[in-house]
Ligand binder design. Sequence first.
Ligand code: IDP
Ligand code: MG
Length: 151
Amino acid sequence: MEKERTFVMIKPDGVQRGLIGDIIHRFEQKGIKLVALKLVSVDRKLAEKHYGVHKGKPFFEPTVKYIISSPVIAMVLEGNNVIELVRSMMGKTDPRNAEMGSIRGDFGQFIGRNIVHGSDSEETASFEINLWFKPEEIAKYNRIDEEWLTE
Ligand code: IDP
Ligand code: MG
C-alpha cells in the first residue's frame, strides 16, 4: 500500500448548505488522516490556476465564478491510496450519475453544484497541494489509530 496525499475542497455549496461536518466525518470514519485544513475566500487568480486544465472549455468561466462566490474548505488528506479512495468516496462528477452512498450521490443534484473537489492523480495532487498550502501549513503528526489502519 502506498502512502499518498491528496487535495480536497468543500466547494461553496457544501459550505453554505452546512455539509462541512458531514463530509469531513466521512473521511475521518474511513480512517483517512487530516494533515491540513483551512477556510478560504478564493480569489479569481487562484480559482483560474486551480481549474487551469479546463481553460477554454464552456464550463470554465461558470466554474471559476462558482468557486469564488463564497468561502470553501481546503484540506490535505493523507493515507494509503488516498487519491483514488477520495475520488471514489466523492462519486462521479455529475451527482445525477454518482452512486448513492458517495458524497455527490447523497448530497448533490447537478454538475454545476457538485459539493466537493478531489485531486485526480499524483501529479495533480502535488500541483494542487502546493497551490493551496505553504509547506508549514501541513502538519506532521502521528495518529493514535495508525497501527490499526496498517496490516
Ligand atoms: P471532477 O471535479 O470530478 O474532477 P472535472 O471534469 O475535472 O471533474 O471538472 C471540474 C469541475 O468543473 C467539476 O467538478 C464541476 O464543478 C465543473 N464542471 C465540469 N463539467 C461541467 C459541466 O458540464 N457543467 C458545469 N460544470 C462542470
Ligand atoms: Mg478534475
